[in-house]
Design a protein around this ligand. Sequence first.
Ligand code: NAP
Length: 244
Amino acid sequence: MVGLLADKRAVVTGAAQGIGLAIATELTAHGAKVALIDLDAKRAGEAAAQLGADAIGIGADVTSEEDMRAAADAVVGAWGGLDIWVNNAGVTRDASLRKMTLADFELVIDVHLRGSWLGVREAAAIMRGKGGSIINLSSMSGKIGNPGQTNYSAAKAGIVGLTKAAAKELAHHGVRVNAVAPGLIRTPMTAAMSAEAFAATEATIPMRRAGEPREVAGVVAFLASDLAGYVTGTVTEVSGGRGM
Ligand code: NAP
């Protein structure tokens, strides 16, 4: 739908590739201006350049309070406000409990949970009273638990609690907060899986296939838009039926 997000100003974290880039692409296609945040400023800038004049790239680490504040300030400075903030940046450090190090646990918790909390706090500070939509990337791993992902499943379940608590705090200030829980999606993150593990997971999905990043992006665009104006505190599963 052309113009669905016309005049909206958006931030997407972890947007240089994968689902984040697909979300930035989808939001731009619907008329939004988008700031693509990623760890590597050069990759963020290159990704933004692909999307044209309505996109800017910003280098920032989502675990850094200073970086997130500076990114939010840069967006407000450029566009005068903010309507949509998507906390998407993520990493995995999969290992069994026997092999997972504390550093593996802490990195994954930091990027997903601390990063999303910092993003929600920045977005809320700008949107409170003016309105807006915040979308956090959870995962089916946070609902069903995946062996080898005690760090990631914990972080993604934590994002659901963060989403609901923030939704209740911000609802009467005009800010909606929702989460999206993808299942198995074809991105650089899942390209690290062995072909056997990927196929075995696909076989458990009722739709019998992995999802594409744009299939997550479409749901995010809906939640970002006024079509979802009465939707807050939800977790939308984008999983081909996995985990239902
Ligand atoms: P991806 O391809 O690995 O992309 C993640 C992006 O986040 C990368 O560009 C990465 O940069 C960036 N990033 C990592 N740490 C960051 C930090 N501290 N600050 C800023 N940016 C950072 O992952 P994806 O598959 O698109 O996943 C996107 C989101 O969806 C994640 O939250 C993930 O957990 C969630 N998800 C994915 C799937 C799936 O099947 N793919 C399923 C459920 C949920 P670098 O490359 O430089 O590290």
